[in-house]
Design a protein. Structure first.
Length: 443
């Protein structure tokens, strides 16, 4: 067995393990990422030290050219570099450096994007993530039912479900995966049995999202649905989206005050919402910190101590972060950090929209891209009320989804007949009669 074969099998196992662990465990996900990167490096070393055929060598070179020409690489490097000044000015250097090193998670995107399609396991990754998310939701249902203690299985009862993760983290992962699965379930070209399984899983995942009792996650999911309906322009998408939104409103009204917190707006409950009040104070404090330090901010990792000095007698439940990614970056990293952050998401959207225009409508790749765009919208809307991009588990899930979507760009190169050379596979463009003759958390 060659080194190349070992690295290939190890990489496939690592990617499948990552897809499985994302809805369950940050420790398992980190272990899978580490194994995957090691296998990828091993494959690169093996390809450098072995001769191989001209076709093999050209294929490897083509793969690396695709990575270096990926616009997300430039945007990621710029974002990582832009955070360095705020690390240097931080009063809590150790914490700031720890936050900065979390940028290594960008490797997840390139690991998945460059290998999911070329290793011919993208379908397996999609189904593994789908099954794992659904299984995680079943664990959440057991929590809501009071838990279970059976042999080595110990699941503690929880009113606000979180599966094996923190409630908000679970909700942050769930709404983006749910939006992606929603887009795939709406694909008419799939087999009837596959669509039935997909719809069953989507409904279970949606119910689990309701039981997290996390309004920010509901809002993010709603934004993702709106994006899906706008992109798909399908009556089925519009109808099912409307039913989902109505279900959220009914659930919120029935459980207007749930587990010591207001689920419905204050106008419906007639009670003070301390969680919403805390966010308003934190947002106001963050804006004041940005105005006082507009260029570099107060320093990466310094928000809590800086906010404590400004809160005064304004009652808040926490000052750990702003519960808003955009204000968090403005306050701690200023414009030097915020502009590259905004540029990164601009590049993500541009790359996804270009993919969508070049793919055949109704194909699996096209629905994946639509789901990826909607998931990106959901993540950015969720960032208005939570520091979701700063949550490693949530950001790993997003980078994995983005990598799966973009893996179509990294498809196996096709051999140019009769030459032994290779060229990257290009997405097909649809030419309809009407158009003939012309033309995606870092800290």
């Amino acid at each position: 067995m060659t080194v190349e074969t070992v690295s290939h099998r190890l990489l496939c196992v690592a990617l499948l393990a990552l897809a499985f662990f994302i809805p369950f465990s940050i420790a398992g996900a980190n272990f899978a990422i580490g194994i995957g990167l090691f296998a990828w490096l091993l494959s690169a070393v093996a390809s450098r030290t072995s001769n191989g055929t001209r076709t093999d060598i050209a294929r490897r070179r083509s793969g690396w050219r695709q990575i270096t020409s990926d616009p997300l690489l430039v945007a990621s490097v710029l974002l990582v570099a832009s955070a360095v000044p705020s690390v240097l000015v931080s009063d809590h250097a150790a914490r700031a450096f720890k936050d900065w090193t979390s940028y290594w998670l960008f490797a997840v995107y390139f690991l998945v994007a460059a290998n999911a399609a070329t290793r011919s396991i993208r379908g397996a990754l999609l189904w593994t993530l789908f099954a794992s998310t659904t299984l995680s939701c079943l664990v959440a249902f057991v929590q809501r039912a009071g838990g279970v203690d059976l042999g080595f299985i110990h699941i503690r009862g929880e009113h606000r479900v979180g599966s094996t993760l923190f409630t908000m983290t679970f909700a942050g992962i769930l709404y983006q995966v749910l939006v992606l699965n929603f887009a795939l379930a709406l694909r008419r070209g799939a087999r009837r049995r596959q669509r039935a399984v997909m719809w069953a899983g989507v409904m279970l995942q949606f119910l689990a999202l309701l039981l997290t009792v996390t309004r920010g996650a509901w809002l993010a999911f709603g934004a993702g649905l709106v994006a899906l309906c706008a992109l798909l322009r399908s009556r089925l998408a519009l109808a099912t989206g409307a039913v989902a939104v109505a279900a959220v409103f009914v659930f919120a009204s029935v459980t207007a005050r749930d587990s010591g917190r207001n689920v419905s707006p204050a106008l419906l409950t007639k009670q003070v919402d301390i969680h919403a009040a805390t966010r308003l104070v934190l947002w106001d404090v963050a804006w004041d910190l940005f105005k006082a330090n507009p260029v570099l901010g107060v320093g990466m990792g310094d928000y809590s101590s800086a906010a404590d000095s400004l809160v005064g007698d304004r009652f808040v439940t926490t000052t750990t972060d702003t519960h808003n990614v955009y204000l968090q970056i403005l306050a701690t990293r200023g414009l030097v950090g915020f502009l590259p952050f905004a540029f990164f998401w601009f590049v993500v959207f541009r790359a996804l929209l270009r993919m969508k225009r070049g793919l055949e409508r109704g194909s699996i790749d096209w629905h994946l891209v639509v789901g990826g765009i909607a998931a990106t919208v959901a993540v950015l809307v969720g960032a208005l009320t939570e520091n979701n991009v700063d949550d490693e588990e949530v950001f790993i899930a997003y980078l994995f989804v983005l990598g799966l979507v973009r893996s179509a760009v990294y498809a196996l190169p096709k051999e140019v007949k009769g030459t032994g050379a290779v060229r990257p596979a290009e997405p097909r463009r649809v030419v309809t009669p009407a158009s003939s003759g012309g033309p995606a958390g870092p800290r």
